[in-house]
Design a protein around this ligand. Structure first.
Ligand code: BGC
Length: 722
């Protein structure tokens, strides 16, 4: 290859969205004949059979934030946190295959999917793009998505490496963590997912980790990823995350969306400076070859160079997958006998709030998908920073109201927009039952913050001063726009109130004891309206389980105050992830606090029981037990195996899970073999995983704090892996 050819592979150019710049022009580096633009374009080398590299977001479908006016829309799958709630690897793989097919049909050979940061903070605006707070669950599911996409000849990323766990001033955020704890948590997620799926590329995050930017982090890229783990693929930066060419020396192989760097840092380092560094000897020739080789290796390994005609895309089948994901992702948090709604009675049902007459909402940012046929509505919200213009309330049809009418044909529906508590209460009062929708738009570039009064009930009136904000600020998990007051008023007016939440994170529920049922629907994707109606009417028996702990209040979490929250764009922020590897339910186990709803929690319309737990030890834990459907409906359960004590030390770890579908009165024997690293501690001095000989206690349960069967076994000393 010539040097021109080699250097041309080391950058990607962001597609200009028509009309988004004053000139409304596209970058001259993108040839005129390229009409399918999205997040990144890298020219190919035709004389060597190397195709142009064209990348698109993301993990919930092929996005089109205005790039391709002729694109009629892609399948908008449920948010990743909804799929995390399904605990169903097979379903995530099917979704990955579908995304891969839709990417390929549009000519995209790199899909920027595989979001697998841990949900460390329930305020993180991007948790909806990630699967869970647990390393093992996140790794297993992310790997299935990557594998599904790559099975279609499309490279997938895993992102964002690593600790990109908050959005607050993310370009200036320094994430501090103990290195061994990092290996046992966020890094373990990437390690297991990489082993299981061999992603062609890893996207580094925006943030710093222990003082070094993710994309220029010699330790994490050269020593851990490429060294200890032997990762053979390439590392691309996030868009606008390469402030200097020296990141190449630290392990970054490709600078993404170079115009974003120009905007943020005033230069495009790999485009403008890397070649000079090579010519004057600062970038060694071997490193240049390594960068190029890694990129090409991944294209060839996944088969990007061997594409035949694009496969047929069966959009009806993809809608079925999206529907199945929404069904399995909906979590029934509470049910005092009001659900399912009887379909054989002419009930008067009030449907209140959340634009339920129009559609279901989605998360925002680079991962937002435009569905086939378009949105049911788009309301611009806006906000500070570069992501402000992407922050919209997107509504996907069909609406929950329309779907409820189909599934409850005898009912009479009365709609109220939830505009004021008083008006909503009037509608509630004259109904037999109320379904009130609570929504919160979350997305890239924003952590949840709420200022002032509504939040008071959750923090018991304690006001804290937010850094950088003059006024007293209560940062909590409330619903915005006064919705808590509407729900409260409605629940006071009608004892049969059901709340349906469309959010990307846990919310506080000051009205929790006043309502009969709570349904967490997340951002359920284009088939979400149908899935919600099916679950409420009992056509589908809910089976989702929480992949993230719902705390009673932020006081229970490791960081009641989020550093930097509310500070202006550009402010340097340091977040100390002092919980280390004890993320989510692990933190609750350590502190002994009881959350509002635990990780793994989820109800259904039937009941399950566990029995006959047998456990063996040695190198790892193997557990066998029986799951029985003891209710009177078919349904699915997700029994979970946890470590609760390791050689005398209290330590909770999800060791395994299995989604089991059972007819009433039937049983199934489940065997789970624990991934040994979940039983070990990382020994940074030895650079290996260490299991200390002793007694290991495990439990099988319905959630992290509902452990039905317990057992113990002995593990032997072991020092292994890297
Ligand atoms: C996001 C990435 C995304 C990229 C390209 C960035 O803002 O952080 O996840 O892949 O944009 O659109």
């Amino acid at each position: 290859m010539t040097d021109d050819e080699r250097f041309s592979l080391l950058i990607s150019v962001l597609g200009e969205v028509p009309g988004s710049t004053a000139a409304g022009t596209r970058d001259p580096r993108i040839p005129e004949e390229v009409t399918n633009m999205s997040a990144g374009y890298t020219p190919g080398v035709p004389r060597l059979g190397i195709p142009a590299i064209q990348s698109s977001d993301a993990g919930m479908g092929v996005t089109n934030p205005g790039y391709r006016p002729d694109d009629e829309g892609a399948t908008a799958f449920p948010s990743s946190i909804a799929l995390g709630s399904s605990f169903n690897p097979r379903l995530v793989r099917e979704g990955g295959e579908a995304i891969g097919r839709e990417a390929r049909a549009r000519g995209f050979n790199v899909q920027l999917a595989g979001g697998c940061n841990l949900a460390r903070d329930p305020r993180n605006g991007r948790n909806f793009e990630y699967y869970s707070e647990d390393p093992y669950l996140s790794a297993v599911l992310a790997a299935e998505q990557v594998d599904g996409i790559q099975s279609q000849g499309v490279v997938s990323t895993l992102k964002h490496y690593t600790l990109n766990c908050n959005e607050t001033n993310r370009h200036w955020l320094d994430a501090i963590i103990d290195p061994d704890a990092h290996r046992e948590s966020d890094l373990l997620t990437f390690q297991i997912a990489i082993e299981r799926s061999q992603p062609g590329a890893i996207m580094s995050g925006y943030n710093k980790i222990d003082g070094e930017y993710a994309g220029g982090n010699h330790h994490l890229l050269n020593e851990v990823l490429k060294g200890a783990w032997g990762y053979p693929g390439y590392v691309m930066s996030d868009w606008g995350a390469t402030p200097q060419w020296q990141f190449a020396l630290a392990g970054l192989d490709q600078e993404s969306g170079v115009q974003a760097d120009l905007m943020l840092w005033g230069k495009q380092p790999f485009a403008d400076e890397l070649r000079d560094a090579y010519v004057n000897g600062e970038l060694p020739a071997e490193r240049l070859s390594d960068m190029v080789r890694r990129i090409l290796r991944s294209l060839f390994a996944v088969g990007v160079d061997r594409w035949g005609p694009a496969p047929e895309v069966d959009m009806a089948e993809h809608n079925r997958i999206a529907l199945e994901g929404a069904r399995q992702g909906i979590v029934l948090l509470k049910n005092d006998g009001v659900l399912p709604i009887p379909s054989d009675r002419p009930l008067a049902i009030a449907v209140i709030g959340g634009y339920a007459q129009q559609g279901v909402i989605s998360g925002t940012g680079s991962g937002a998908v435009a569905p086939v046929g378009g949105f049911a509505g788009v309301i611009k919200i806006g906000g500070a920073g570069v992501m402000g213009k992407h922050r919209n309330l997107f509504l996907f049809p069909p609406s929950p109201l329309e779907e409820l009418e189909k599934f409850l044909p005898q009912a009479h529906f009365d709609l109220d927009p939830g505009y004021t508590p008083a008006e909503a209460a009037l509608t509630a009062k004259r109904s037999d039952m109320v379904i009130v929708f609570g929504i919160r738009v979350e997305g890239e570039g924003f952590d949840s913050v709420l200022e002032g009064g509504v939040a008071e009930s959750m923090t018991e009136g304690v006001h804290r001063s937010g850094p950088g904000l003059g006024e007293p600020t209560v940062a909590d998990l409330s619903l915005p726009w006064g919705q808590d007051a509407v729900i409260d008023a409605v629940a006071s007016a009608n004892a049969n109130t059901i709340v349906v939440l469309e959010t990307g994170n846990p919310v506080s529920m000051p009205w929790r004891d006043k309502v009969k049922a709570i349904v967490q629907a997340w951002y359920p994707g284009q088939a979400g309206g149908q899935a919600i109606a099916e679950v409420l009417s009992g056509a589908v028996n809910p089976s989702g389980r929480l992949p993230i702990t719902f705390p009673e209040s932020l006081e229970q979490t490791p960081r009641p105050e989020l550093p930097g929250l509310g500070t202006p764009w550009g402010t340097a922020v340091t977040i100390e992830y002092n919980e280390g590897a004890e993320v989510g339910y692990r933190w609750f186990a350590e502190t002994g606090a009881r959350p509002m709803y635990a990780f793994g929690h989820g109800l259904g319309y039937t009941t399950f029981e566990y029995s006959d737990l047998a456990v063996t030890g040695g190198d790892t834990v193997t557990a066998t037990f029986t799951v029985s459907n003891t209710g009177d409906r078919p349904g699915a359960d997700v029994p979970q195996l946890y470590l609760t004590e390791a050689a005398g030390e209290r330590r909770q770890r999800l060791l395994g899970f299995e989604r089991v579908e059972l007819q009433p009165g039937t049983s199934h024997r489940v065997t789970l073999v624990a991934e040994p690293r979940l039983l070990a501690r990382f020994d940074g001095t030895a650079g290996k995983w260490r299991i200390t000989e002793g007694t290991y206690k495990v439990a099988v349960g319905k959630s992290a704090d509902s452990l039905d069967l317990t057992a113990e076994t002995t593990l032997t000393n072991a020092l292994f892996g890297s």
